[in-house]
Design a binder for this molecule. Sequence first.
Ligand code: FMN
Length: 359
Amino acid sequence: MWKTKITELLQINYPIIQAPMAGGPTTSELAAAVSNAGGLGMIGAGYMNPEQIHKQIREIRDLTDKPFGINLFVPSSYKASQEELEIGIRHARDIASKLGKSFDYADFPDYEGDYNVFNEQLQVVKEEGVAVCSFTFGLPSKESIQDLKELGIIVIGTATTVDEALLNEEAGMDAVTVQGSEAGGHRGAFKPEAPESLIGSMSLIPQASDSVQLPVIAAGGIMDGRGLLAARILGAEGVQMGTAFLTTKESGAQQVYKEKLLSSTETQSVLTRSFSGKLARGIENEFIRRSRDIENSLPPYPIQNTLTKGIRKLAGEQKNPEYLSLWSGQSVRLARKLTASELMEKIIKEAEKAANLIK
Ligand SMILES: Cc1cc2nc3c(=O)[nH]c(=O)nc-3n(C[C@H](O)[C@H](O)[C@H](O)COP(=O)(O)O)c2cc1C
């Protein structure tokens, strides 16, 4: 029951991918533990510089000889109006003062541009010959995809609609992750943006699987063996799980964040643009509530993300979950406090049990 197009492609034992989670949760220990347990561990490298990426790849290689992957953010150009910038800065100052700090945004320069670390990040992936490279927020050029493939690196894209899955296929990806609206973290949507692209996994998985030849990986709301089996039945060749791995021992999520996840419910998982300027799903807190009225007038990603960086860092230091981004999917009640290998083992057993139920 465990052999699928994804286990074959990625050379793993179980079709379980630990979601790349940029910003700290995907430690070397987490990725290596998942790969050692027969899944695919992934590094969320979207915010990392080349040295940090080299370092983490080497750390993981010391912990496992199994394949693992890396994930990058595909850049796009951005521009904020003067008004958006003013609203964003005023709001950030307001919130910072609640935390007892004042930030100087007086000559905040970053109102327009392209993020340019992407090519440097790609270069590291190529130099290190990482087994798998996945992308979100858009599509890299066909040339970049071909370059990686020529080096034997497996490339995986992200889609939130059938059209985006087809664009991934046309671009030359080896597989596509379809991200349902239940998913924790940022939306990978690039055409169109939300709300049109908020499709639940139950709808998205079978429609995407019917429309592309590529193996489909399901992401969004999958926390256990039942979810894995359900996704397989709907046509997915594998699953990518984020929230489920956030509460494992090896995850780098802060303790207050883990505790919040372990005590939250599905109705507390909400969509917001307030932290980064890009739509994302997380546990509702004071920061999100205070931003509700203006969240559509804030600067776009990545400007808003840069504006709130100091606040999130400070909230982390103060262990104050009310001003942290608590990214989480809608199936958060199913989060468990386990080690990554215990979680992998449970998911596999649960899926086997669920498969017996429908025999
Ligand atoms: C904390 C967190 C950070 C995330 N960061 C990334 C990322 O850097 N790159 C990416 O492709 N997806 C990222 N995601 C989305 C996951 O790849 C995946 O779509 C999602 O976790 C699936 O939904 P689930 O959380 O219900 O399992 C993130 C998700 C979470 C919860």
